[in-house]
Design a binder for this molecule. Structure first.
Ligand SMILES: NC(=O)c1ccc[n+]([C@@H]2O[C@H](COP(=O)([O-])OP(=O)(O)OC[C@H]3O[C@@H](n4cnc5c(N)ncnc54)[C@H](OP(=O)(O)O)[C@@H]3O)[C@@H](O)[C@H]2O)c1
Length: 245
C-alpha cells in the first residue's frame, strides 16, 4: 500500500525554511520524497551552517525578504507547480524594543503581513494543485507575552488569518491549517536557551517534560498536508507538549 505520507512528485515551498522549525519542516517533506524549496534572508545556502541548526542538504534555496511585499508579489520561482506552502518566517525583538513603533511595525510585517503577501502570491498555484497552506503561529496566540507586544499581536493575527483563509479558500480546493509551536530551541529562542536557569524553569512547566524540536513540527506538518488531514480546514494545532494546558 502506498503511504499516505508519501510526497513523491509533490513540490513544497517553506518560507523560513533556512533555519529552526521551518528547516525541520522542509527536511521532513524532503525525507518523504517531496521537491523542497526554501526561502531565507541570506545570500546563498552556503551562508547557513549546521552549527546554527540549519540543514540545507537537498533543499533548493532562494533569498527573499518577505517584508518587501512587492518583491514577494513579483518573485519568479524555479517550479511550475506548488502542492504545499509552509509559512514559518518569524522574528522577535527583545529588551522591550517592540514597544517602539518602528520595531513593532517590522515584527508585524515579517510575522503577519508577509503571511498574506506569500499566501496571495501562491494562491493560484495552490488552487491548481488542490494544495495545502500551513501557517506557523505560536502558543503566544493564546496568552500574553511579557515584553513582546508585536510578537504577540502578530501571532494572534496569524491564528485568525489561518481560520479565515481556511474558510475562504476551501472552496478553491486549498486546505489552510496551522501549527502553534510551544518552546523549541532555535536561533530565535537562543536568548532563553542560553540561560540554563530560565530554560529549566520553562521545562518544568511542560507536562511532557521536554522542549519541542523542529522534527516534532515537521511530523505535524506532514500530517496536515497529507490526505490523512483531508477534512481539516482552518485549524491550528497546538504542538507544545502540554505547556499551555
Ligand atoms: N522557537 C520557538 O520556540 C517558537 C515557538 C512558537 C512559534 N515559533 C515560530 O516558528 C517560526 C520559526 O521560528 P524559529 O524558532 O524556527 O526561528 P528561526 O530559526 O530564527 O527561523 C526563522 C526563520 O524566518 C526567517 N526570516 C526571518 N525574517 C525574515 C524575513 N524578513 N524574510 C524572510 N525570512 C525571514 C529566517 O531566515 P534566516 O534563517 O535567514 O534568518 C528563518 O528561516 C516563527 O514564525 C516563530 O515565530 C517559534
Amino acid at each position: 500500500m502506498t503511504s499516505r505520507l508519501d510526497f513523491t512528485g509533490k513540490v513544497a515551498l517553506v518560507v523560513g525554511g533556512s533555519s529552526g522549525i521551518g528547516n525541520g519542516i522542509a527536511q521532513a517533506f524532503r525525507a518523504q520524497g517531496a521537491e523542497v524549496h526554501v526561502w531565507g534572508t541570506r545570500g546563498t545556502a552556503a551562508d547557513y551552517s549546521p552549527v546554527e541548526g540549519s540543514d540545507m542538504e537537498g533543499l533548493h534555496y532562494a533569498r527573499m525578504d518577505v517584508s518587501d511585499f512587492e518583491a514577494v508579489e513579483a518573485s519568479s520561482v524555479p517550479f511550475d507547480r506548488l502542492d504545499i506552502l509552509v509559512l514559518s518566517q518569524g522574528m522577535v525583538v527583545y529588551k522591550r524594543g517592540e514597544f517602539q513603533t518602528a520595531s513593532f511595525r517590522k515584527v508585524v510585517d515579517v510575522n503577519l503581513n508577509s503571511l498574506m503577501a506569500c499566501a496571495e502570491r501562491f494562491q493560484p498555484m495552490l488552487a491548481k494543485a488542490k494544495g495545502s497552506l500551513i501557517i506557523v503561529s505560536s502558543t503566544a496566540a493564546f496568552h500574553a507575552t511579557v515584553g513582546n507586544p508585536a510578537y504577540n499581536a502578530s501571532k494572534t493575527g496569524a491564528f485568525g488569518l489561518t481560520r479565515t483563509l481556511g474558510q475562504a479558500w476551501a472552496p478553491l480546493g486549498i486546505r489552510v491549517n496551522g501549527i502553534a509551536p510551544g518552546m523549541v530551541a532555535t536561533k530565535m529562542t537562543a536568548a532563553t536557551f542560553d540561560n540554563p536557569d530560565r530554560t529549566e524553569g520553562v521545562r518544568q512547566r511542560i507536562p511532557l517534560g521536554r522542549f519541542g524540536t523542529p522534527e516534532d513540527m515537521g511530523e505535524v506538518a506532514l500530517f496536515l498536508a497529507s490526505p490523512m488531514a483531508g477534512y481539516i480546514v482552518g485549524q491550528t494545532l497546538v504542538v507544545d507538549g502540554g505547556l499551555i494546558l
